[in-house]
Design a protein around this ligand. Structure first.
Ligand code: PGA
Length: 255
């Protein structure tokens, strides 16, 4: 399998008002010329997407949203459509993050619909999957993740798989400091790729598969050294420009 350029996506979650986002962006932009060798995205709150996209225009830093609705327009008060995200200057969107699945009622079916619509509107979907601690301790992590991947992606045109990113994020590792071992992360990321190969054949080799859950500068190189992990979805360690830049530098060095 071709070892690709690592893809490092920051997930700011519900952090930073526009002034804080712009302060990050100015500092990060000054560091970006040193950050060759990795694809970079910052997935920020809706309210600062346009300002961030403007400041990162003509740089290699992509800006993404953290959610979208599964229709393009209409009577859906409070929702944001993929066209609006594109209009704000974004090229990526996180779909089905475990916090949305657990706290906000996101289901495999909404994840499936959103993923298709993101692709249709030219956005790069970052589709999140991952098991709870109870599922892992019951020895069911692999079948659980396999089912999530099948429900989200089966039936897509194999040609679209190179535009899909899957982020494997074990829920027990998110924000806890308890990172999966590189071997455990690799094992499930291989399950993700094998599942995609089951319905998309060789195109599975084109899909980016990220690991997420307490990724930091100190553990990124080991995670990227395993085979099926092409990058990371980074929460806490993406909030400070210098820390995120250091993580990316080490990711690029590990590839
Ligand atoms: P964390 O979050 O890096 O803070 O664990 C990752 C995520 O939820 O995407």
């Amino acid at each position: 399998m071709v070892k690709r350029r690592p893809f490092i996506a920051g997930n700011w979650k519900m952090n930073k008002v526009t002034g804080e986002a712009l302060a990050f962006a100015r500092e990060f932009k000054a560091l970006a010329p040193e950050l060759q060798g990795a694809d970079i995205a910052i997935c920020a709150p809706f309210t600062c997407l346009a300002a961030l996209a403007e400041i990162f225009r003509d740089t290699p830093v992509a800006v993404g949203a953290q959610n979208m609705f599964y229709e393009r327009s209409g009577a859906y008060t409070g929702e944001i459509s993929p066209d609006m995200i594109v209009d704000a200057g974004c090229s990526a969107v996180i779909i089905g993050h475990s916090e949305r699945r657990e706290i906000l009622g996101e289901t495999d079916e909404t994840v499936r619909r959103k993923t298709r619509l993101a692709l249709e509107t030219g956005l790069r979907p970052i589709v999140c999957v991952g098991e709870t601690l109870a599922v892992r301790e019951a020895g069911r992590a692999a079948p659980h993740v396999r089912a999530q991947v099948e429900k989200a992606l089966a039936g897509l045109d194999p040609a679209a798989m190179s535009r899909v990113t899957v982020a494997y994020e074990p829920i027990w590792a998110i924000g806890t400091g308890r990172v999966a071992t590189a071997a455990d992360a690799q094992e499930i990321c291989a399950v993700v790729r094998g599942t995609i190969a089951g319905f998309a054949g060789a195109a599975a080799g084109e899909t980016y598969i990220l690991y997420g859950g307490s990724v930091k500068a100190d553990n990124i190189a080991e995670l990227l050294g395993t085979g099926d992990i092409d990058g990371a979805l980074v929460g806490g360690a993406s909030l400070k420009a210098a820390e995120f830049a250091e993580l990316i530098r080490r990711a690029a060095g590990a590839a």
